[in-house]
Design a protein around this ligand. Structure first.
Ligand SMILES: [Zn+2]
Length: 420
């Protein structure tokens, strides 16, 4: 077990499956099937916020988003190599009108075809194509559980089509995006791994290609100054990768983020760009994922934070606590203002018990806004923070401005006293 396997804040181990049900984030049902969880409104709010964070970060980093279908013809995966190297993990093909279509096991082939559908000049490179898209894995029912082993996966994926000279910079930039995302999410990586091929026939054989791509990624890691370990037998079938490993509450390690260099698929799909010399050249594909699958990322976040998500990600960001019925109209007004500002707020009124009971019930909510007679008269709130801090009553407008700024900045701080 590694040193980071313990839970943060010394809490007892969190199991995301148990917490996911208790907190009404997600669930499964035998009628829908094993490995096919559904997301309840609070879990969907977390997921939606996470997806929007990623899309925004990608747009800022020069990525453009596409949508592609979750099905493709069998031939598509024969060309990509999935059919011969990965079919054990794929659902069997479906016969439709004399053709065989497959639930896709990855987004790469679709993106390669999208790239190929238009001609590209070297001036367009690096061309960064991103998609939060569905893919499917035929996991055996015995290994399915919660959000970590699922059959339907929403992947934060992107492919950068670039020249050989651009690969290192793009891989480096992807590592920096991962660093920033982890900071916002409050995730600490366990280790960085350089994943290399191992013995056995599951890798495409092209020794020179493997050497070149491995040298590139090694150089990126060395220059990044990040400590890493090389691991044989962990590469993708088409190329080596940098994996960012995290550890769950039970000490199990898994890959969340990844950066891969691929010479294979550009070859298979006959991709090219027109160079400055007017001739056709082969681009390199960099595959990268900032948070991996949304399912695994949320599972990890639940366990890492014990359900107490960073404020920007919390399903309910602020709970309004009117002390008595007399403050109810102020409470409704505050909740309304929150909603208008894009904050997720709810009211826990006196019908839900004593103030103490309501405070305990909302213990995972980052902000609790208590309104008594005095606060109501002045348009003030007395704010309680999830970490136990209690602030003096302040004007509602000031509180909302302050919270809004922290949330927009994706801060993991609940309150920044220096600016209040
Ligand atoms: Zn890919």
């Amino acid at each position: 077990m590694r040193s980071l396997a313990r839970c943060p804040r010394g809490d007892a181990m969190h199991d995301h499956r148990k917490l996911g049900r208790e907190l009404d984030l997600f669930d499964t049902n035998p009628l829908i099937g094993a490995g096919l969880p559904y997301w309840l409104p609070d879990g969907a709010a977390v997921r939606h916020t996470l997806e929007e964070y990623i899309r925004t970060a990608e747009r800022r980093a020069g990525y453009r988003h596409v949508y592609s279908p979750v099905l493709g013809k069998r031939e598509l995966y024969e060309i990509s190599g999935h059919w011969s190297h990965y079919s054990d993990d794929m659902f069997p093909p479906m016969d439709v009108g004399g053709e065989q279509v497959v639930l896709r096991p990855s987004l790469c082939p679709h993106h390669a075809v999208i790239y190929r559908s238009r001609s590209h000049s070297y001036r367009e490179l690096p061309l960064r194509m991103a998609e939060l898209g569905g893919m499917y894995r035929s996991e055996l029912s015995g290994v399915l559980g919660g959000l970590t082993r699922v059959r339907a996966i929403q992947l934060n994926d992107a492919h950068i089509f670039c020249t050989l000279e651009q690969v290192a910079e793009e891989a480096q930039a992807a590592l920096e995006m991962i660093r920033q995302a982890y900071q916002a999410l409050g995730i600490t990586p366990t280790r960085y791994r350089l994943s290399l091929p191992g013995p056995g026939g599951k890798y495409v054989s092209a020794p020179e290609m493997w050497q070149r791509s491995t040298a590139l990624l090694t150089d990126v890691l060395d220059r990044s100054g990040l400590p890493y370990e090389a691991a044989e037998g962990e590469a993708a079938f088409y190329g080596p990768k940098i994996d960012v490993q995290v550890t769950d509450g039970a000490g199990r390690e898994s890959t969340l983020s990844t950066v891969q260099v691929d010479f294979h698929q550009p070859e298979q799909f006959n991709l090219h760009y027109i160079g400055a010399d007017g001739a056709k050249h082969r681009p390199v594909m960099v595959h990268r994922s900032i948070i991996g699958s949304v399912e695994r990322a949320v599972a990890h976040l639940i366990e890492q934070h014990g359900g107490a998500f960073p404020a920007w990600l919390a399903p309910t960001q602020l709970v309004v606590l009117p002390i008595s019925e007399a403050e109810m109209s102020n409470a409704i007004g505050l909740a309304r203002r929150c909603t208008d500002l894009g904050l997720r707020a709810e009211i826990a009124g006196p019908e839900r018990g004593t103030l103490g009971a309501r405070i305990r019930e909302g213990r995972l909510v980052p902000y609790q806004a208590v309104i008594g007679a005095k606060e109501a008269a002045n348009d003030h709130v007395a704010l309680r923070l999830r970490d136990g801090r209690r602030l003096d009553p302040q004007a509602v407008g000031d509180v909302l401005t302050h919270i809004g700024a922290l949330i927009n900045a994706h801060s993991t701080d609940l309150w920044d006293s220096s600016t209040s």
